[in-house]
Design a protein around this ligand. Sequence first.
Ligand code: GRF
Length: 209
Amino acid sequence: MTRRRAAILISGRGSNMAALLAAMADPAFPAEAALVLSNDPAANGLETARAAGVPAEAVDHRAFRGDRPAFEAAMGERLAAHGADLVCLAGFMRLLTPGFVASWRDRMVNIHPSLLPAFPGLRTHERALEAGVAFHGCTVHLVRPEMDSGPILGQAMLGVKPGEAPDDLAARVLALEHRLYPAALSAFLRGELRPEGERILPGPLALAG
Ligand code: GRF
């Protein structure tokens, strides 16, 4: 099996990145870590990646003064320089243009901290609690131009505890994210999950916390 060359895009802490790097350190995992790339040179995850021996670079979006295509071209140049053929978004907090997303169609994945299509966007745990849901969780999906949308590769869910605080719920979901992301990515890259239109066949990977 030829392993794919993954670039992991981050903006901050990088705990999902660390979970992916740990999985990719196993030669049996269907992707190897080619690069960790951040839009913020101060992202803590860059140090974590370097400590793991993975090239880690930043393309500071602020230098492009809102010129999103120029920012993406600079990122694309770094992805090409490291031979990346897969992009894993892991807490990457910049919106991407439809053109950039199209150029990585079915080769770009994201993790989102809710059970999509519920609660796209930010503050997902607070909003889930405000909505009074019984179940919450996280989703790994292929990336489409609309934010937090795209064919669902896997979901992990847990039951919300009565009176649970947002931070406690976030921590429990994050632990699930760290299990789900490598598992869903592996199943996709091995061809066990395949996109058919806007759905994944035979069906998304399901984990329960
Ligand atoms: C995670 O909750 C992820 O689902 C969301 O942003 C957060 C990033 O956390 N997209 P980390 O940087 O992976 O620790």
